[in-house]
Each structure stands twice: as structure tokens, then as C-alpha cells.
Design a protein around this ligand. Structure first.
Ligand code: SAH
Ligand code: SF4
Ligand code: F3S
Length: 476
């Protein structure tokens, strides 16, 4: 490049920098996230809205003018962690009284103004559908008012907001495809904190996936509390569309995203056993880039408990869905969520959960003991009557069994070769990469001359219950 061209480029960059700094208001925002992937995804929308209002995001709470904590209410201990963190921020605020502390997400929605007015732990409260109002709410705080917005919406999907990717490896990103939940599982607080279910315009989802791919991302995870009930009616978008009744379901959405590029991997979460269709499974089988991995939370292996949980399926129906997955995609990874010690669970019913796990042999599981949540159906209708010690004992048995199954599953992979997306450096060693195979199992292997975002063939030589260990080979 000639000296002249370089100078022109420098001037151009200077203009862009000036334009950007004119948008900035000189203030910094720090966002800390708890809970599910959807909350982490929401934080990226928050960062985008705050960016539009002139705030720069910072990874340091100390240097931030505004600290926002995006919270989770799913179990009592999730809320306790956030309370402790808020107390810590309040201690630090003594040295810097102008700092604004805000609470977002499910705890904000559940407790409304309680943390502001009664507990005096925050200056601002914004529920999951109120994030567009954040800059205005902060102004209210700055002018000495109380700022609370916990209105839930039937329409808000933040569809056109371009998320600012936080904590990113530049390879994997979340895309929210729907919000809320209409299922009313009796143990669950989510329908109260997230409101009614609504799906996002498929065109905005595909556009977001394409934009990520063009920026070097190689994997997207489509997020919803029950992705199988995704449905978009085209008529919602425009009354002049010819076929006003045309609608897009989850299987069709998956195919649209899969067609963005063969090198873009697609994952999704969470599937619901009562709604997961064979059509989705066939769409997965048809496209190599839709990962062969399904997270299918079972919660309990006993049909009476499932009924009290209001899950909408029986043990037999669940087995039917597992059989369908194995029939259509024999190599599919399967994981689950389990709750131990739900209201009225007997020893025999707990044994049914263990026997279901024995039959399915999950590759991975998230396991919890039941934590009663205010206002849920279970709290109103049933007694939380399994003693804590007993819940913990049952949970322990579930965890022990799952560890055996995870190890067995990984041992079966030793000697096999998998296509792995290089996602980053291994935590343990700089000389090693890490990345997952299509079944979502983390693999660790020496770097060779590859880089982040490459697909490599990894031959597995060893394993632990959590990780596969291998080496890059030429195509198998
Ligand atoms: N929408 C997803 C799950 C969202 S919550 C689904 O339907 O599967 C994630 C997991 O937290 C649940 O699957 C459940 O296993 C667990 N969970 C939810 N509420 C709980 C409670 N009150 N006590 C213990 N675990 C709970
Ligand atoms: Fe909660 Fe059930 Fe909705 Fe999942 S499907 S978020 S467990 S109510
Ligand atoms: Fe928690 Fe809310 Fe997600 S309760 S699990 S952050 S939807």
C-alpha cells in the first residue's frame, strides 16, 4: 500500500472513531449474568440497547458507572447467590455513591420493587420485557427517582436488536428464537417471570445467523424454553403476503437456519418431550450441520410424579420419544434434567427415575433437588414433604448413576474419529485446543497448525467422564 493510500485509510479510520466517540456518553456499563442461556443472551441485548444510548461495556464492575445484574429465580439457591453479590456491590458503592446498581431478569420480575423499596439493595429494577426502557430508567435514577419497570409483554421479542456479543470466543453465539413459556410445569417459576410464550420473526433469526457467519462465527444455538412449540404466522408480519396463513414451525425454522451455510453448526435448546416431533428429528438427520444432540429434560421417571409436575407426558411417552431419536439418528447425543424429591415422591417413584436413567443411559445430565418456588402450582397445591436430607440422598444416587453413564458413554467414543469445531484453547494447557463433536462432548487435543473456527478430525485416544482426549488426524 502506498504512503498516500495509508494516509487516506488513517483519515477514514479517524472519522469512524470520531463518529463512534460522539455517540458515547463517557459512561460505562457492566453486566453480570446468572441462570440459563436465555439470560446470557438477554444480557447481549441489554449491552446493545445501552450501547445505542452511548454506554461503553466494560468487563470490570469497579470502573463501571452502571452495574446491571441479570438474575435467575429457578431455585432458591440461585436467588441467594444474587443477594450476596448485591450486598457486596452495595459495600463497594459506599466509596462511589453515584454508581447505579440495577437488577434485571427473573428475580427482578418475581420480586418487583421489593429489592429496591424494602431491602434497599438496588436503585433500579427492570423485568425481562422492559430492557428497551433501561436508558430512561437510569435517567430517572440519576434525577433521584425510583426506577421500576416489570411490565411483561405479549409481543416483545427484541427481534431487530443486534446483540453485542459478551464473553465471546468469536466462534459460538446464542440466538433467541422465542420468549416466555406457556407450559405451567407445577414446580417452575419461569412462566411467572418470563410471561407468555411468543415466537420471533424467522427472517430476523436467519439474518442474525447469516451475519454471525459472515463475521467468522461457526456455531449458533437457537434458544427457547420449549423450542418445539416455536410457531410464526407469516400473516403477523404483513397483511399483504399472498398466502396469509403460511406459518413456520420449529422443524422448518431449523432447515432455514441450516441453509445459511454448510459450515455453520446449529444447536438448540430446550426440547420438550410432549412436543418434540419426528419432523424435527428428520430435519436434523437431513442436514449434516444440525448437531446430533438433543437435550430432553425428563424431570422424573414416574408417570404419577410427571402428572403432578404437569409435564404433559408419561414414562411410556418419554420412552417413545427416545426410541424415535435413536431410530432416526442412531448416533445422537442425549442429555436431560432431573429433579429429585418433588412433592409426594415415594422411594418407589424415585427408583423409577433411576430405572429410566438405566434404560436411556444419558450421555449427560443436569440434576437438582426440588426447591419450592413461591406462587407456582406446586406451592399452592402440594406439600413440599420430602425432607431435605432425603432429597439430597436421592439426588446423590442420581448423580452417581449419571457419572457412571457419562464415563461409559465417553469410553465408547475411544478409538472413534469425530469432526470437531475448534472453539478455543484448553483451560489446562496452552498447547491444546478444545472443541465439541456434534454430540456436544468436549474434546481436547494438541493444536497442530490449526486456528479457532477450523473443523478438524480428532481421533479419541482416552477420556474422563467429562472430556474426550485425542489428536488431530487426516480425514478418517
Ligand atoms: N424449559 C426447560 C427448563 C427450564 S429450567 C424445560 O422445560 O425443560 C431448567 C431446569 O431446572 C428444569 O428442567 C428443571 O429440571 C430445573 N428446575 C426448574 N424448577 C425447579 C425447581 N423448582 N426445583 C428444582 N429444579 C427446578
Ligand atoms: Fe418451566 Fe416447564 Fe416452561 Fe420449562 S416448559 S420453562 S420447566 S414451565
Ligand atoms: Fe432462571 Fe429465568 Fe432462566 S428463572 S433459568 S434465568 S428463565
Amino acid at each position: 500500500m502506498s504512503e498516500e493510500m495509508l494516509e487516506e485509510q488513517r483519515q477514514g479510520e479517524a472519522i469512524v472513531l470520531k463518529a463512534q466517540s460522539e455517540l458515547l456518553n463517557g459512561k460505562k456499563v457492566y453486566v453480570e449474568s446468572y441462570g440459563c442461556q436465555m439470560n446470557f443472551s438477554d444480557s447481549e441485548i441489554v449491552a446493545s440497547i445501552m450501547g445505542q444510548a452511548g454506554y461503553e461495556t466494560t468487563a470490570s464492575a469497579d470502573e463501571a458507572d452502571v452495574v446491571l445484574i441479570n438474575t435467575c429465580s429457578i431455585r432458591d439457591n440461585a436467588e441467594q447467590r444474587v443477594r450476596n453479590r448485591l450486598k457486596q456491590f452495595n459495600q463497594e458503592k459506599k466509596a462511589n455513591p453515584d454508581k447505579v446498581i440495577g437488577i434485571l431478569g427473573c428475580m427482578a420480575e418475581r420480586l418487583k420493587s421489593q429489592l429496591l423499596e424494602e431491602e434497599k439493595l438496588v436503585d433500579l429494577v427492570a423485568g425481562p420485557d422492559a430492557y428497551r426502557e433501561l436508558p430512561g430508567l437510569i435517567q430517572e435514577v440519576e434525577s433521584g427517582q425510583k426506577a421500576v419497570n416489570v411490565l411483561l409483554s405479549r409481543e416483545e421479542t427484541y427481534a431487530e436488536i443486534k446483540p453485542v456479543r459478551l464473553d465471546t470466543n468469536g466462534i459460538s453465539a446464542f440466538i433467541s428464537i422465542m420468549r416466555g413459556c406457556d407450559n405451567m410445569c407445577s414446580f417452575c417459576v419461569v412462566p411467572f417471570t418470563r410471561g407468555r410464550e411468543r415466537s420471533r420473526d424467522p427472517e430476523s433469526i436467519v439474518a442474525e445467523a447469516a451475519d454471525l457467519f459472515n463475521r467468522g462465527y461457526r456455531e449458533v444455538t437457537l434458544l427457547g424454553q420449549n423450542v418445539d412449540s416455536y410457531r410464526w404466522n407469516m400473516s403477523k408480519k404483513s397483511e399483504v403476503i399472498d398466502n396469509a396463513k403460511e406459518s413456520v414451525n420449529f422443524a422448518q425454522l431449523l432447515e432455514k437456519v441450516a441453509q445459511v451455510h454448510p459450515d455453520l453448526r446449529i444447536r438448540f435448546s430446550t426440547s420438550h418431550p410432549k412436543d418434540m416431533t419426528d419432523e424435527v428429528l428428520y430435519a436434523m438427520a437431513k442436514h449434516e450441520n444440525i448437531c446430533k444432540y438433543i437435550h430432553l429434560p425428563v424431570q422424573s421417571g414416574n408417570s404419577d410424579v410427571l402428572q403432578r409436575m404437569n409435564r404433559g407426558y408419561t414414562r411410556e411417552w418419554y420412552f417413545n420419544r427416545i426410541d424415535a431419536i435413536r431410530r432416526i439418528m442412531p448416533d445422537c447425543g442425549i442429555s436431560t434434567d432431573v429433579i429429585a424429591g418433588f412433592c409426594g415422591e415415594t422411594e418407589e417413584q424415585h427408583a423409577d427415575t433411576l430405572s429410566l436413567m438405566q434404560a436411556v443411559k444419558y450421555d449427560f445430565a443436569y440434576m437438582f433437588f426440588y426447591s419450592e418456588r413461591p406462587k407456582t402450582l406446586a406451592e399452592r397445591k402440594f406439600e413440599d414433604d420430602v425432607p431435605l436430607e432425603e432429597k439430597k440422598r436421592r439426588l446423590n444416587e442420581i448423580i452417581q448413576l449419571q457419572m457412571e453413564h457419562s464415563l461409559e458413554s465417553n469410553k465408547r467414543s475411544v478409538g472413534k474419529t469425530f469432526k470437531v469445531l475448534v472453539e478455543g484453547s484448553s483451560k489446562r494447557s496452552d498447547a491444546q485446543f478444545c472443541g465439541r463433536n456434534t454430540q456436544n462432548v468436549m474434546c481436547v487435543f494438541p493444536k497442530g497448525d490449526h486456528k479457532f473456527g477450523d473443523y478438524v478430525q480428532v481421533k479419541i485416544t482416552d477420556c474422563t467422564s467429562a472430556t474426550l482426549i485425542g489428536e488431530i488426524v487426516e480425514k478418517a
